[in-house]
Design a protein around this ligand. Structure first.
Ligand SMILES: *Cc1c(COP(=O)(O)O)cnc(C)c1O
Length: 399
């Protein structure tokens, strides 16, 4: 099933059967696709979205053929979620396959450790997600050569020679630099290098890496994809079954599988993805504009601000710029006072949730950021209320 097989509320398909003259039905809008993503054909007296299937094993008389045999291999709740994510990540790409994982890191590790062998070279960003340095240590311990370069300026191109896999994170977290996906993919594919993109920050409604040429789109569904701060989840969407077979095998042997409840909650949350993404993206931009005029704020970054260094390339490959704004206050103390003075914004890590969060990123170590660096995630509150709260907290923290 692809988005081309779009099914309307009364159950009439507008997909291949409904086609005339061989033209595929046009893609429905993002809201429609998000609301209907992965829903099964309507069955009388069955719910629209079937509930979670709690099963360690399934009735299986005779030869053990699928689709459902044992709970570590497959689960009907995953099937629907994976179909939904696939429709959003790779609409119209019939060969694409999606696998769900219990966290973003499980998904990332599944691609890296299933694709790479001792002696291979992998290129990672040096400004990506904060767990990547630990991944690097593990890859190196397995005899894989790891090279790193910054996301900005497409600098990963300079260390690409002979690599088996290029790992891209754009926009990067937390620095919000953006690289030119089409350009990096072209250079990588010209020398037989596979390309994986961490699509966590953008979500599939913000960016579709496979359409830009990537082989894998990998993400944490813990952030904006599910958006309520109550579920950990990850997924990998790959270009075809051949590329995904080692990823599937990895999931089976490591046992890195999502719980049915989490998978179902994630699917339920997808229905509001477009509403949340539109609201939170617009609010992030409003907040960035409000911060721009403040003298104590430096290093303001938001890829959707026309004067941001990321804007030009971001607007060529992204459809929404995300809900994260980053900026720097003059000192650690000032940043801590600011966070403490906020009333509508939780001082918490992670991002993408309906409740705004902010944190002083330097408290973790690991990211190369100034002590006063703040990563702010715009939630679904009224934007005027957030801006008022932020400006008041900036004043209150000045002393
Ligand atoms: C959070 C995050 C991850 C890891 O996801 P988990 O669900 O926490 O395992 C990976 N990449 C990026 C960009 C993230 O923000």
């Amino acid at each position: 099933m692809t988005s081309g097989d779009f099914v309307t509320a009364n159950g009439e398909g507008t997909g291949p059967e409904g086609e005339s003259g061989g033209t595929r039905a046009t893609l429905p809008g993002d809201g429609t696709r998000a609301v209907r993503a992965g829903l099964p054909e309507p069955v009388k007296y069955e719910p629209t979205l079937p509930g979670p299937v709690f099963a360690a094993h399934f009735h299986l008389p005779g030869d053990p053929t699928g689709p459902y045999t044992y709970g570590r291999d497959e689960n009907p709740t995953w099937t629907l979620l994976e179909r939904a994510i696939g429709e959003l990540e790779a609409p119209g790409l019939d060969s694409a396959e999606t696998l769900s994982f219990p966290s973003g890191m499980a998904a990332i590790s599944a691609v890296l450790f299933s694709q790479l062998r001792a002696g291979d070279v992998v290129v990672l960003p040096d400004d990506g997600y904060q767990v990547l340095p630990l991944v690097r240590e593990q890859l190196t311990a397995y005899g894989i050569e790891v090279r790193t370069a910054p996301t900005a300026g497409d600098a990963q191109l300079e260390v690409l020679d002979g690599a088996k896999l290029l790992w891209i994170e754009t926009p990067s977290n937390p620095g919000l630099d953006v690289c030119d996906l089409r350009r990096l993919v072209a250079a990588a594919h010209a020398q037989g290098t596979l390309v994986a993109v961490d699509n966590t920050l953008a979500t599939p409604l913000g960016q579709r890496p496979l359409e830009l040429g990537a082989d894998f789109s990998v993400a944490s569904g813990t952030k904006m994809l599910t958006g309520h701060g109550d579920v950990l989840l990850g997924y990998v969407t790959g270009r075809d079954a051949g590329l995904m077979a080692p990823v599937r095998r990895w999931r089976k042997i490591v046992g890195a599988i999502p719980g049915p409840m989490e998978a179902w909650l994630a699917h339920r949350s997808l229905a509001t993805l477009q509403l949340r993404a539109d609201r939170q993206t617009a609010t992030a931009r409003t907040i960035a504009e409000a911060l721009r005029d403040r003298p104590e704020v430096t290093g303001l970054r938001y890829p959707g601000l026309p004067d941001d260094p990321s804007y030009k390339i971001a607007s060529q490959q992204m459809r929404r710029f995300g809900c994260v704004v980053s900026f720097t206050l003059p000192s650690r103390e000032r940043a801590e006072r600011f966070l403490g003075a906020l009333r509508l914004v939780d001082d918490a890590t992670s991002f993408g949730g309906v409740r705004s969060t902010a944190e002083r990123r330097g408290r973790w170590g690991g990211d190369a950021v100034p002590e006063g660096f703040i990563r702010f995630s715009a939630g679904a509150e009224d934007p005027e209320d957030l801006v008022t709260d932020i400006l008041r907290a900036l004043d209150a923290s000045a002393e």
